[in-house]
Design a protein around this ligand. Structure first.
Ligand SMILES: NC(=O)c1ccc[n+]([C@@H]2O[C@H](COP(=O)([O-])OP(=O)(O)OC[C@H]3O[C@@H](n4cnc5c(N)ncnc54)[C@H](O)[C@@H]3O)[C@@H](O)[C@H]2O)c1
Ligand SMILES: O=C(O)C(=O)C[C@]1(C(=O)O)C=C[C@@H](O)C=C1
Length: 312
């Protein structure tokens, strides 16, 4: 990867969990910022960031943290963004860039637009990369490598805004990500199907299994090295983060859930009537989708995600 040099002398990250912590580590690893400030509402997380030594300054004072920054990255659960935008935007210096990493984009765009953003460059963003872990220890510098980051810039014919979008794209590329620009509403629809609905299904199925009367919870845990286990990884994701996503992206999630429920009914009918052809052709199509994801380099081709490697 070619060296980018310093893109933003001073970067402030608000919220130093999995994603904020990964942004900081990646920025250091690739030498694209000189000075890093972290602002976090959690005293325990601030203390941990100091112990880890991954930032130059750590504070709980949001306005103070962003005052000198050339780039501010909001990396907190999405429902906290409107209030934070009200603290951050008036305190930023003119010409600085504000972005975020939230999993929903229409609510973030609305929160930014509700403030006076005429003197800064506000560019909502979302790296499509993560794990089920959270907190400052969970971050790592390689998280964004070979992943996509979607930016949802505001409509503008200002060449300075276009340059700010290009520079932010360069930052993500320096982290090893590919960048795509998208309208925020379309982003929310796409993510509802590829990320939010799968999480909702996982949260539901793991809850259903735990609530069964004729299968004990200990049996569910004991025999979980099956299809169920892959759902439990997703269903272990951060409760606050996902509560916020479903509330913020209600319309798109409900639309996708409606489609999914219809498709599930069709599967149910095929099983009831022993419609083997329908089941077989459906499973053949979904297997091809998985192979397409592997071919695109977004997933390992190893059986069982390579988990069994070296065990035998
Ligand atoms: N986890 C993922 O897989 C993933 C992937 C892409 C994007 N995202 C998005 O990134 C954002 C952060 O997610 P994460 O997984 O890093 O969460 P996390 O829980 O690991 O970290 C969030 C951090 O924000 C801090 N925080 C919360 N509210 C705050 C506030 N009002 N002011 C200051 N600090 C505050 C918390 O103390 C915590 O340190 C979310 O918007 C999420 O939707 C997450
Ligand atoms: O890999 C995971 O554990 C994730 O859930 C990451 C994941 C996803 O759904 O792919 C979750 C939320 C994001 O906004 C982006 C990525």
């Amino acid at each position: 990867m070619p060296k980018s040099g310093i893109l933003y002398p001073k970067m402030t990250v608000i919220g130093c969990g999995l994603i904020g912590g990964s942004v900081i580590r990646a920025a250091r690893a690739h030498g694209v910022v000189s000075e890093i400030t972290v602002a976090d509402a959690s005293q325990a997380h601030r203390a941990r960031v100091v112990e880890l030594g991954i930032a130059d300054h750590v504070t709980g004072d949001i306005a103070e943290a962003v005052r000198d920054a050339d780039l501010v990255v909001i990396a907190t659960p999405v429902l906290s963004v409107p209030e934070l935008a009200g603290l951050v935007i008036p305190a930023m210096k003119p010409g600085a860039t504000l972005t975020d990493v939230g999993s929903t984009k229409a609510n973030v765009a609305e929160a930014f637009r509700a403030q006076d953003i005429s003197k800064i460059f506000a560019i909502p963003g979302h790296p499509i990369a993560g794990t089920e872990q959270s907190g400052p220890d969970a971050g790592f510098s390689e998280l964004f490598e070979n992943r996509w980051t979607i930016l949802t810039p505001f409509e503008s014919d200002d060449e300075h805004y276009a340059a700010a979008v290009a520079k932010l794209s360069a930052l993500w590329r320096a982290f090893g990500a590919q960048v795509e620009l998208m309208d925020e509403k379309h982003h929310d629809l796409v993510l509802a199907v590829v990320s939010h609905l799968p999480h909702l299904i996982a949260y539901t199925i793991v809850g259903s299994a735990a609530d069964l009367e004729n299968v004990t919870e200990s049996e569910v845990i004991k025999f979980s090295a099956s299809g169920f286990r892959d759902f439990t990884r997703i269903a272990a994701s951060d409760p606050t983060m996902w509560r916020d996503i479903f509330i913020a992206n209600k319309d798109a999630v409900l639309e996708m859930l409606g489609r999914f429920t219809e498709d599930l009914q069709a599967m149910s009918r095929a099983i009831r009537w022993g419609d083997a052809d329908t089941l077989h052709s459906h499973f053949t199509r979904t297997r091809a989708i998985r192979r397409g994801i592997v071919a695109a380099g977004q997933e390992s081709a190893e059986p069982n995600f390579g988990r069994d490697r070296g065990k035998h």
